[in-house]
Design a protein around this ligand. Structure first.
Ligand code: NGQ
Ligand code: ZN
Length: 464
């Protein structure tokens, strides 16, 4: 279909809501040049066989963790927690080779495309060799991720992570963190090295100070100044307030909660993505929402790790923007993140249809549109849905899936999110106008999955 650079959709989800008979046209660069509802289908333009929805930007990923998903679901001590999970995760991260990282990431990105994500923000902190020394090419592992994204055909925002300390106030890093550690200068050199590579593949380059635990105030300040001199609109992502122990440690260090500290000491604005801003007080919810920053919600990982529940109502009351990420990749499914987000809120508030509002009463439709908008902002790429000027990233639902067949388009999307038994109701996926998934499958599905399984097998043999 790519040679047509056009598609006619009987039903398509535009930023303003569902529209009928939408003619989509894009240019040679994959940018939408026309999105016209109530249009007749020109005879040469193919017709979509199911509803077309915008591709979801995945705003938070640590690719290597995909090979570790499912391997920490056992009792390791009297009370397991985020912190005991993290110790296991560090032990896993210690062993990964560049070839393994690339195999894991390639398969992960194939899975993402098959599951409705068309771009990903890679929060990349595995920088060095197994013994903690920089690789001969300091960008070795970042380049592996760039190649994986390019091969799978997913859009990329690459966020090299600044990581220097093991706790608030500049504490020395631990041995398990040695592959992550770099000076602020070496980070800025890495960004310079990566900039032309990212540009040549249409990837966006940003920066991720890992957390206030891992980056002390002076470094945060210098890194942000250095980033601004490279690209003053670049995305900035940070883990913040994920765990209550982190909030307590931040108060002990500074007298302030992490989000309040950040808002007082950093120029937080629409470039920022606050990942896992779970534990905020009412004032932080209000202030952070007002900055225009995106809340990076990772509902299935946050559930998996026992983080707590984000107060979605408080965030939205303040006009807060948000998007979703699959983070540790225990689950790689855009629809399921929306389901988990909504169900967490229902369990907490004892209400239903929390994600809907008067303007958009369908929960799945409202959540999809908001998450695409926020995810695009956090990505710093033109991937904000089906509108002229945005990239042609979209997903066609499988109208023949049993959960969807015979329903209207809005109910098809609702059933895709809430009633498809988590089997994929996605038929095809386009990124920048290129078909990447057809008949539910990516062309690399078989090869990439078997390389992934080989890499995981090797890693598990080494650890036994
Ligand atoms: C990470 N993941 O960097 O992979 C973190 C755990 C930390 C999540 N926060 C490590 N989900 O925060 O110290
Ligand atoms: Zn994370």
């Amino acid at each position: 279909m790519s040679e047509h650079r056009a598609l006619h959709a009987g039903d398509a989800l535009l930023p303003s809501g569902w529209a009928r008979n939408v003619l989509l046209r894009w240019d040679a660069t994959g940018c939408l040049v026309e999105v016209r509802p109530d249009a007749e289908r020109p005879s040469e333009v193919p017709a979509a066989s199911g509803p077309v929805i915008p591709g979801m930007p995945n705003l938070h990923s640590h690719a290597f963790q995909r090979a570790f998903a499912g391997l920490t679901e056992f009792r390791g001590q009297a009370q397991d927690s985020f912190w005991s999970w993290r110790s296991l995760m560090y032990r896993f991260a210690e062993r990964l080779t560049p070839v393994q990282v690339e195999a894991i990431a390639t398969w992960l990105y194939v899975e993402m495309l098959e599951a409705g994500y068309t771009s990903v923000c890679e929060f990349h902190y595995l920088h060095h060799d197994l013994d903690g020394r920089p690789y001969a090419d300091d960008a070795e592992l970042a380049l592996a991720l760039l190649r994986a994204a390019d091969r799978a055909g997913i859009g990329l925002t690459l966020l090299p992570v600044l990581y220097q300390n093991s706790g608030f106030g500049g504490q020395q890093p631990g041995v398990g963190q040695r592959r992550f550690i770099r000076s602020t200068d070496s980070m800025l050199r890495l960004l310079e090295r990566l900039r032309p590579v990212c540009e040549s593949q249409g990837a966006r380059l940003g920066l991720a100070p890992h957390s206030l635990r891992a980056v002390a105030p002076d470094s945060l300040h210098d890194a942000l100044a250095g980033l601004a001199s490279i690209d003053d609109a670049a995305p900035i992502h940070i883990h913040i307030a994920e765990q209550t122990a982190e909030v307590d440690a931040c108060i002990a260090w500074s007298g302030q909660r992490p989000v309040a500290w950040l808002l007082d000491h950093a120029p937080v604005d629409a470039r920022w993505c606050l990942v896992h801003a779970t534990h905020m007080d009412a004032d932080e919810y209000r202030r952070a929402a007002a900055t225009g920053a995106v809340a990076g919600l990772c509902p299935t990982t946050e559930a998996n790790l026992g983080d707590g529940v984000f107060d979605f109502a408080a965030w939205r009351e303040g006009g807060g923007r948000w998007g979703v990420g699959s983070d540790s990749h225990a689950c790689v499914n855009a629809a399921e993140e929306l389901l988990m987000l909504e169900y967490g809120q229902r369990l907490m508030t004892r209400q239903r249809n929390v994600g809907a509002d008067a303007a958009q009463p369908s929960v799945a439709t409202a959540l999809t549109l908001a998450a695409v908008r926020g995810g695009a902002q956090a990505s710093g790429r033109a991937v904000a849905g089906l509108a002229a000027g945005q990239q042609a990233d979209f997903v066609m639902l499988d109208a023949d899936h049993v959960a969807l067949e015979g329903l209207n388009a809005q109910n098809m999307l609702s059933s895709h999110v809430f009633a498809s038994q988590r089997s994929s109701a996605i038929s095809s996926v386009w990124v920048a106008g290129q078909p990447r998934v057809a008949g539910g499958r990516h062309s690399l599905h078989r090869d990439a999955s078997s390389s992934f399984v080989d890499a995981r097998r090797q890693l598990l043999i080494e650890s036994s």
